[in-house]
Write a protein that binds this ligand. Structure first.
Ligand code: HEC
Ligand code: HEC
Length: 199
């Protein structure tokens, strides 16, 4: 092999490596995500989900699906479509590594309707316990079930409404759509408030 060809190959490999290393996650966070999710992923506005401490595989799935349109949201679609696959992976790891700020329920503490739905479900309506998949304290199971604990009640409620209406349809086997359809507005609000207070 000629030495010029070797040099060219070396340069190509080097260019690829330095490109991969050039993703500056903190710059993307500061320039784009910070306005809505805060630098540490503890979004101050309750319509925007907290990303801190969420499983990185779940965050990555959501970013890919905003980009492809499988999860329908105009704001996040515009943002995700400007990100490369490597950037989405790196951002997911970054936010997953941030420390989640714990929240409080406003009225749904111990003995509440929200607690009942989360821990036991509603047998009469065939609603399974949320804890069955999202875990007893809502910490989820990486790559299968997202973390819910201490998430903003407003955001949780909006997702339940979107699942019930089929507007959010990126849950495999319609698992969340089927459950949310069975909940009344009052029940959605109660369980969302309880989740906000879960440690
Ligand atoms: C203009 C505000 C805004 C900006 C900027 C923004 N987001 Fe979002 N993000 C939202 C909103 C609103 C939602 C909830 C969408 C919905 O209701 O489905 C969301 C949802 C998400 C979710 C899904 C979380 C979950 O629990 O399902 C991820 C992941 C995410 N954003 C990552 C990012 C990243 C990474 C950036 C920066 C590159 C970013 N966002 C920038 C507003 C924003
Ligand atoms: C059979 C398992 C299962 C049960 C039971 C279940 N979930 Fe889920 N849930 C999931 C899965 C899987 C996802 C992830 C969907 C996706 O891939 O985007 C999810 C996602 C969610 C989300 C979106 C989280 C986010 O950050 O956007 C909310 C909110 C939610 N579930 C609330 C509930 C509530 C409330 C209950 C109880 C009434 C419940 N879930 C019961 C499996 C389950």
């Amino acid at each position: 092999m000629g030495s010029r060809l070797l040099l060219l190959l070396f340069m190509l490999v080097f260019a690829k490596i330095s490109f991969a290393e050039n993703i500056n996650v903190e710059t993307i966070v500061q320039n784009v995500c910070v306005a809505c999710h805060a630098k540490d992923g503890n979004s101050p506005i309750t319509a925007n989900p907290k990303l801190a401490g969420q499983h990185n595989s779940y965050l990555y799935k959501q970013l890919m699906e905003f980009k492809s349109g499988k999860r329908d949201n105009a704001v996040m679609a515009g943002i995700a479509s400007a990100l490369s696959d490597e950037e989405m992976k790196a951002l997911s790891v970054y936010f997953s590594d941030q420390v989640l700020k714990l929240g409080k329920a406003s009225t749904n503490g111990e003995g509440s309707l929200g607690e009942k739905i989360f821990r036991s479900g509603l047998a009469e309506k065939n609603v399974p316990a949320c804890a069955g998949c999202h875990g007893p304290a809502g910490h989820g199971i990486p790559s299968k079930f997202p973390r819910l604990n201490s998430q903003h009640a407003d955001y949780i409620h909006s997702q339940l409404v979107q699942f019930a209406e089929g507007k959010r349809a990126n849950d495999e086997a319609k698992v969340m759509r089927t459950i949310a359809q069975k909940l009344s507005q009052e029940e959605m609000k109660a369980v969302a408030d309880y989740i906000q207070g879960l440690q």
